[in-house]
Design a protein around this ligand. Structure first.
Ligand SMILES: Cc1cc2nc3c(=O)[nH]c(=O)nc-3n(C[C@H](O)[C@H](O)[C@H](O)COP(=O)(O)OP(=O)(O)OC[C@H]3O[C@@H](n4cnc5c(N)ncnc54)[C@H](O)[C@@H]3O)c2cc1C
Length: 545
C-alpha cells in the first residue's frame, strides 16, 4: 500500500505470528510421555488446564506487565508510620492467583496418590513457561511443608493456609487471610553457601525467640512466614518468623531496600534487618542447617525443574520462529545448519526434562530406600547440570530469532536475563558438585542406587554400555578429587539422561543424544550433532503444535 507521498513502507512481510494461545501441555509430547511414564497420567485434566493458561496470550501479557512495572518498596505510610510494604502491579497478583489456584505449590501434599510429586512438578514446569518471577514464592511455599511438619504445633497452625489455593494479596496478619506464602531467610553478607557463618542471633523471649541481625538476600519480603537461620548458644538454629503479628502489627523485620536485579524483575528481593523479630524454633536448637538443607533439597530440585521449563519454552519459541521465517529462499528450520541447531536444542531440553522428572519421581517412592537415595544424589546432579545448560540454551534460542530475540518486546530477552538465576540461588554450581561428593561419602549406597538407574538401559545401545563400564571403573578415582567434581557430575548427568532417553524417548532423539554427548567428542555448543543424526525429524518435534 502506497502512502500519500507514493512510498510503500512498513508492509510486514516474513515476520512470524506470535506463539500464543496454544496449549503448552497438549503440544508438549515429551512432557506428556514423562507424566505417563512416572504414573501421573491421572493429573491430565489439571495439566491441560495449566497448559492452556500458560500458553494463553493473557498470561503472556500479564508476565510482560509484571516484569515491566516492577515492585516498589514503601517503607512508611503518609503519616510516617513504618509499614515495610511492597507495591506490585496488579498483573503480579493475578499471576499468583492463577498459579496458586492451579495447585502449583500444593498438589504434591494434598493429593495422596502415586505420582503426586510428578504431577505437581509438571505444574511447576508448565508455569515456568508462563512467568518465572512468581515461581520464587511458589517454590518456597511448596518446599516448606516437610520443614513445618517437623514441628506438629506449627504444622497444625500453618499447613492449612500454606496449602490453600486461594491466594490472598493483602499484606496483613495471616489470621485474616485465605492463603499465605512462605519465604526463606538464610543468606547473610559474609556467606550464603557457608551457612555456618550465620551471624544473626536469637535469644529466648518467653515461649518464643527474638532475632537480631541482617539478611543480605531476602526474596518475597512480604511473605507471611519465613524459615530463618539464626545463632543461639547451641549453634545455628532454624526458626519460623511471621511477617505480621497477631495484633496486626508488622513483625520487627525492616526492609532496607529492594535489590536491583539483572533478571527476575517481577519478583521482589530485598535486604532486611531483623530488629528483635519474633520467632519460633523449628526442630532442635543447634541443628538449623540440617533443617534448612531439608527444605533446600526440594528447592534445589525445583530449580532444575524450573530451568527445564524455561528450556522447553525457549526451544518452542525458536522452532516456531524458524518454521515461519524465510532467508535465502528457504524456511529457516530447513536450512541445514539451523535444522541442526534446533534439533540439538530440542535434545537438550528433552534430556533435561527426563532428568529433572526422574529425580522428582523418586520423591513419590516414599518408603523405598533406593528411590530416597536416588533422589538424594540426583537432586544436586540435576540442579548442577540443567541450570548450567539452560544458560547456553537460552542464548542459542535467542540467536535463532535474530535481532528480534534481543528486543524487550519479545520474551526471549526476559528469558535470557532469567536463565542464570537458577544456577545461583539454593546453592551455586560448585556447591552442588560438592553436595554430590558429600552424598557419596555420607550415604555410600546412593552410588549403587544411581548406577543401577543408569544401568537400567544396559544392552540397548553398545555406545552407552561402554560408557557405563567406564564410569563404573572411574568413579572411585574421580570422586576422590574435589577439583574433578564438575567433570564427575557432568558425566553422571549425561549418562543418566542418555539412559532415560534410550528407555523412554523416540529412537531418533536417544540415538542423537548418545552419538553427540556420550560417544563423540562434544564441545557443548549447539548445532554440532554428527552426520547421521536425524536432525530434520528431531527439529520438527520441537514445534509446539
Ligand atoms: C535474586 C536472588 C534472590 C535470592 N533470594 C534469597 C532468599 O530469599 N533467601 C536466601 O536466604 N537467599 C537468597 N538468595 C541468596 C542465594 O541463595 C545465594 O546468593 C547463594 O546461595 C550463594 O551465596 P553467596 O551469594 O553468599 O555466594 P558465596 O557463598 O560467596 O559463593 C560464591 C561462589 O563461590 C562458590 N563456592 C562456595 N563455596 C565453595 C567451595 N567450597 N568450593 C568451590 N567453590 C565454592 C559458589 O559456588 C559461588 O559460585 C538470593 C540470591 C539471588 C541472586
Amino acid at each position: 500500500m502506497l502512502d500519500r507521498y507514493g512510498y510503500a513502507t512498513h508492509e510486514v512481510l516474513n515476520q512470524p505470528p506470535p506463539l500464543a494461545d496454544y496449549d503448552a501441555y497438549e503440544t508438549d509430547q515429551n512432557l506428556r510421555a514423562i507424566v505417563r511414564a512416572f504414573g501421573a497420567g491421572w493429573a491430565g485434566p489439571k495439566l491441560a488446564q495449566a497448559g492452556r493458561t500458560v500458553g494463553g496470550a493473557h498470561v503472556q501479557l500479564l508476565a510482560r506487565q509484571a516484569n515491566r512495572h516492577i515492585p516498589e518498596l514503601r517503607t512508611h505510610d503518609r503519616f510516617g508510620n513504618r509499614v515495610d510494604q511492597i507495591e506490585f502491579h496488579p498483573a503480579w497478583h493475578e499471576l499468583m492467583t492463577l498459579a496458586m489456584g492451579q495447585e502449583v505449590h500444593s498438589l504434591a501434599w494434598t493429593e495422596r496418590r502415586p505420582g503426586a510429586q510428578v504431577a505437581r512438578a509438571a505444574l511447576s514446569y508448565l508455569w515456568n513457561e508462563g512467568e518465572n518471577g512468581i515461581m520464587c514464592p511458589i517454590l518456597m511455599t511448596y518446599a516448606s511443608i516437610p520443614t513445618l511438619r517437623t514441628n506438629p504445633d506449627l504444622a497444625r497452625e500453618w499447613e492449612p493456609k500454606v496449602l490453600s489455593t486461594r491466594y490472598d494479596p493483602r499484606q496483613t496478619r495471616a489470621a485474616d487471610k485465605t492463603g499465605v506464602t512462605v519465604g526463606m531467610a538464610m543468606t547473610e553478607k559474609q556467606g550464603g553457601s557457608d551457612l555456618r557463618q550465620t551471624q544473626s542471633v536469637a535469644e529466648r523471649d518467653g515461649g518464643g525467640w527474638r532475632i537480631v541481625g541482617h539478611k543480605w538476600f531476602f526474596s518475597v519480603p512480604h511473605s507471611d512466614i519465613f524459615i530463618a537461620l539464626a545463632r543461639t548458644e547451641r549453634g545455628v538454629s532454624c526458626f519460623l518468623v511471621p511477617g505480621w503479628l497477631p495484633d496486626r502489627s508488622r513483625n520487627r523485620i525492616m526492609i532496607q531496600r529492594l535489590k536491583d536485579k539483572a533478571g527476575n524483575k517481577s519478583n521482589a528481593s530485598s535486604e532486611v534487618e531483623f530488629r528483635g523479630a519474633y520467632a519460633r524454633l523449628i526442630g532442635e536448637e543447634g541443628h538449623g542447617i540440617r533443617e534448612a538443607i531439608s527444605m533446600g533439597h526440594l528447592t534445589r530440585l525445583e530449580c532444575a525443574l524450573s530451568s527445564a521449563g524455561i528450556m522447553r519454552l525457549a526451544v518452542a519459541q525458536a522452532a516456531h520462529h524458524a518454521s515461519h521465517r524465510r532467508a535465502f529462499q528457504r524456511t529457516l528450520i530447513d536450512q541445514p545448519m539451523m535444522t541442526n541447531v534446533i534439533a540439538d536444542l530440542h535434545l537438550e531440553a528433552t534430556a533435561a526434562a527426563w532428568l529433572a522428572f526422574r529425580v522428582a519421581a523418586a520423591l513419590d517412592g516414599e518408603g523405598n530406600e533406593s528411590e530416597r537415595l536416588l533422589n538424594r544424589i540426583g537432586a544436586p546432579i540435576a540442579k548442577y547440570w540443567i541450570c548450567k545448560r539452560v544458560v547456553s540454551l537460552v542464548h542459542e534460542a535467542l540467536e535463532c530469532h535474530g535481532g528480534n530475540g534481543f528486543i524487550e518486546d519479545h520474551l526471549m530477552a526476559r528469558l535470557y536475563r532469567e536463565a542464570p538465576l537458577n544456577g545461583i540461588w539454593e546453592g551455586s554450581g560448585n556447591v552442588m558438585a560438592l553436595d554430590v561428593l558429600r552424598s557419596m561419602a555420607r550415604e555410600p549406597d546412593s552410588v549403587p542406587a544411581l548406577l543401577t538407574e543408569i544401568a537400567a538401559a544396559k544392552g540397548q545401545d553398545p555406545r552407552l554400555d561402554a560408557a557405563i563400564r567406564d564410569i563404573e571403573s572411574d568413579l572411585s578415582d574421580l570422586s576422590r578429587h574435589e577439583g574433578q567434581a564438575r567433570r564427575l557430575v557432568e558425566r553422571l548427568a549425561t549418562l543418566l539422561c542418555a539412559s532415560l532417553l534410550v528407555r523412554h524417548a523416540p529412537h531418533e532423539v536417544a540415538d542423537a543424544y548418545v552419538a553427540s554427548r556420550v560417544e563423540g567428542p562434544w564441545t557443548g555448543a549447539y548445532g554440532t550433532l554428527p552426520r547421521g543424526a536425524e536432525t530434520g525429524k528431531i527439529a520438527r518435534m520441537a514445534l509446539a503444535v
